[in-house]
Design a protein around this ligand. Structure first.
Ligand code: FES
Length: 102
């Protein structure tokens, strides 16, 4: 297996104790994971992997998604349109400023 070129971290609001309760989980980040996976697959982006994470500490901007190694932090990712913007950011190499956390 080749190492991925990019890693997408999707905040799943996981806590050390108890079930996810944070802004991102409540905002639907878990439901958008499948859509994100399907978009990457449909576009043949096999060198990108996805992980669901604990709180990324930007709850006031949640749901939050981070793309490495670009270090792009995106906020308010609560729709398929927002996911499309992230995938297109990776394709073009230019981050979607509409969702970018400065
Ligand atoms: S719960 Fe997602 S950033 Fe805190």
């Amino acid at each position: 297996m080749q190492k991925p070129l990019r890693h997408i971290l999707v905040c799943g609001s996981f806590r050390m104790n108890g079930s996810p309760q944070g802004v991102c989980a409540k905002g639907g980040s878990g439901q958008l994971l499948q859509y994100l996976q399907e978009e990457l697959s449909d576009r043949g982006m096999v060198d990108v992997v996805i992980s669901s994470t604990s709180c990324l500490k930007v709850c006031d901007r949640g749901p939050a998604v981070v793309v490495y190694p670009d270090n792009w932090w995106f906020g308010h990712i609560d729709s398929e349109e927002a996911i499309d913007a992230i995938v297109e950011s990776i394709e073009t190499g230019e981050p979607a400023t509409k969702y970018l956390i400065a």
